[in-house]
Design a protein around this ligand. Structure first.
Ligand code: A2H
Length: 253
């Protein structure tokens, strides 16, 4: 972790009931996969969300009615940011692994896809954010390659019990236009750099540098309430709206 605190937006992705047997104790509660993002203005373009198959997660009480699924580490940080039912103490209702979460249907704020699914990503770090990541393959090379791996490799889907219908119907949703990069910037840069899979860390780091800098400084929103505005201008406005609507919260670590 860096010296500077990082401020994320946690996106509340509501798990659609009925819950699987292992999550039965959560019946009747509002349960969210809690994803940490630095780019809340990209939420229009979600096609799925990501979990680490071997990652350890828990369902933690945020207040009397709401439960967040995230890492214990994130739950502890939240508890010290006044986001736990018992002050400064996370209470876990059930321990879960990423494998338990794969295939969960969620409704995520702003997403044009009404229902999206939790899918495996192998490069998620458990010491950053919440361990749950939103997937925006139009603008994030990591997301584009991880979705590409699942779409292109039936054996990879089979290994993690991923059903075709959680993956194959979901196409890139263009949301931001970047001069010279177009409105599927992550795909373009991954193709230009001939990246073959989510495991090509060095090439992906290069792709990310290119896309993120240009996207944030020169990108124009093509969808949503702030279509036509610069990404830089839209970001804080969209973030504030999500927070005021109760669909997102601020999280620092
Ligand atoms: B961002 P930083 Cl469209 N492991 O959200 C791996 N990656 C993680 C993570 C974890 N535990 N927690 C969050 N992230 C991702 C959207 C997005 C993001 C777009 C473009 C850029 C971008 C959709 N995915 O990140 O290391 C999340 O992906 C730019 C870096 O703290 C989160 O924001 O700087 C970002 O990495 C946080 O990365």
């Amino acid at each position: 972790e860096g010296v500077q605190p990082q401020e994320y937006t946690i996106i509340k992705m509501e798990v659609v009931p009925p819950f699987p047997a292992k999550m039965g104790v959560l019946e009747g509660k509002k349960v969210f996969l809690a994803a940490a993002t630095l780019r809340p203005e990209t939420m229009y373009g979600q096609t799925n969300c990501w979990v680490l198959p071997d990652g350890k997660y828990g369902a933690f009480e945020i207040n009397d009615t709401e439960v967040f699924i995230l890492t214990e580490r994130a739950a502890l940080n939240l508890a010290y940011q006044k986001l736990s039912r018992v002050p400064e103490k996370p209470t876990c209702l059930v321990e879960l692994t990423g494998n338990d979460l794969i295939g969960l249907p969620v409704r995520s704020p702003l997403s044009f896809n009404e229902i999206i699914y939790a899918l495996p990503m192998l490069t998620i770090l458990t010491d950053k954010g919440t361990g749950i990541v939103t997937s925006v393959p139009s603008d994030a090379p990591d997301d584009y390659m991880a979705l590409h791996d699942l779409k292109a490799k039936p054996a990879f889907r089979a290994k993690f019990g991923v059903k075709d219908e959680w993956v194959l119907p979901f196409e890139i949703v263009p949301i931001i236009d970047i001069p010279e990069f177009g409105d599927r910037a992550a795909e373009k840069v991954c193709l230009d750099l001939k990246i073959k899979s989510q495991n090509e860390k060095d090439k992906l780091a290069e792709a990310k540098k290119l896309v993120y800098l240009r996207g944030f400084t020169e990108g124009i929103m093509t969808v949503g309430e702030y279509a036509g505005r610069k990404v830089q201008e839209a970001k804080p406005l969209i973030r504030t709206k999500l927070i005021e609507a109760g669909q997102a919260i601020i999280y620092s670590e």
